[in-house]
Structure formats: C-alpha cells, structure tokens
Design a protein around this ligand. Sequence first.
Ligand SMILES: [Zn+2]
Length: 301
Amino acid sequence: MTHAPPPGRARVWSGRLGLLLAGLAVGGLTFLLALQVRAGSGDGTTTVAPSGDAVASAPAPDPTTAAPEPEVTETAPPPPLAGLTVAVDPGHNGGNGANPLTVNAPVPDGRGGTKACNTVGASTDAGYPEHAFTWDVAGRLAARLAELGAVVVLTRPDDAGVGPCVDARGRLPQEEGADLLVSLHANGTPDRRAHGFFAIVADPPVHEAQGQPSVALAHDLVAALGAAGFAPSSTVAADDGPLQRRADLATLNHAERPAVMLELGEMRNPDEAAVMESEEGRQRYADAVAAGITAWAGADG
Ligand SMILES: [Zn+2]
C-alpha cells in the first residue's frame, strides 16, 4: 500500500452539498471532517474525507513576541491511513421492504448469471432491522477511518432509499478509486443458538483481487473482531478461521479490489441482538472493523 495522497481528494470538496460534521483532534492537530453527498450525481455515493486545512490556516505568530525558531522542527507524522480510500457498503436499505418490484429485479451476478437487485435483510426478535444496524455501524466506521486519515466512500447516502443493487455496490471500489471494499451485514440464522461473526470472500475468483488479496483482508478483519472480544461463528468454520468462500454473492463478484463481506453476528441470537441494539455495541463493531482495515493497510505496505 502506497500512501501518496489520493488523486481523487480534490473532487470530494467540489460537490454541491458540504456539511461540516465535527472537528477531531488527531496527533495534536485539528482535522475537520466533511460529509459530502453528491446529490446531483444520482449514484447514491457518499464521501467522507479528512482535511488538514486547519493546520495551514493557523495564524502566523506575532514576530515581536514569538520565541526563536527551534533548530529542529518536529513534523507530525501523517495519520496511519493517509492515502487510503475505503469503500464501505452498509448492507440492504430502509426502503427495500416496501419496494419488492425494484428489489427483486434481476441484475448481473458477476459470473454470467443474474441475482436479485437486493434483499430486505434480517432483523432481531425485537424488530431492529439489519439495514439500520449496518447503516449505523457504517457511519461510525466512516468517522473512525476519516479520523485515521482515510477517504471513505459509502454505497448509499441514507437509510431510507431502495437498493442500490448488489452489482452497483460491488463496482463502487473501482469506480471510486478505492483500495478495498468492506460490506457490512448481520446474519439471520433462525436457530437462536447460532452466534458469532464470519467473513465471506468470492471464490473461485473472477478478478485477481478476489483471491489471496481478499483472503488476506478477511484474515485481518476476522483477527480484529476476535481481538475486540467478539465471538467467531459457531456455524461457519474453515481451516483459516470463520471464513466462507462463496460464488453467489454479486457484491463480491463485481469487486475488482480486495473485497470482504462481514456478517458481524447473528441477529436472532438474544445476546448478540442486545449488543447490536446498543450504541456501545455498534461502536465496538465499528472500532474493530477499523482496526482490521488499519492492520491490513499496514501489512500491505
Ligand atoms: Zn445482509
């Protein structure tokens, strides 16, 4: 992973709608987070980008009172994910359930067949839906990644629309110049004893990035979720961890960058449902996924 400034950084500031979200202190410097929705593009993409502008605009010291320049000037190191662009896919969408014709329409599955545009997704027994869970975790993850210096692109701009279809979600990383794609989901196994997270990669690979590069990303994400105290899946196991290799997921099949789908837990399991329904639990998921991406970016470089 090279950490040169991404060529697309300028464009994220050129949109029609910019919303200042928050100021974050990173390495003693103040960074501003901007959430920009490209409302006119119609592709539903949302971009979150860090900016170091606040540093450059600091007022010059008064020459009459300023201390002498130190002989050695310490430069703050770049944030750990500077130069990385991350595509984050919050699975499903809030309007899918009310729009079956759109959601069930066939789209290319990335292997010469077709697949439904999208699905409604799972929910907890209390009715907390998967689309709301993935949307919330994605927002927390995007904020954390931006704090670490990454540019983040999301596959959908809100939690009230329909789609986008799975093929469009999978194409996002190459269309937006992202280095990787992480698709966030939670599983809905009816057996309430089933629990734990697992990762999925496309197999056999359609594109080069879907082979070992995606498996390596999955290993780092799985390790980070385990290190954060989440339990690996009780039902999915491979020689190299809770990792499924599947040919039928269009989001993964279309991605031409390392791409992993994460089933972060089982929504019908009462214990895991309680974690997903809590803000604290969703923050833990987001922090763990960010840690996995950070580990991958470091190992890759
Ligand atoms: Zn899902």
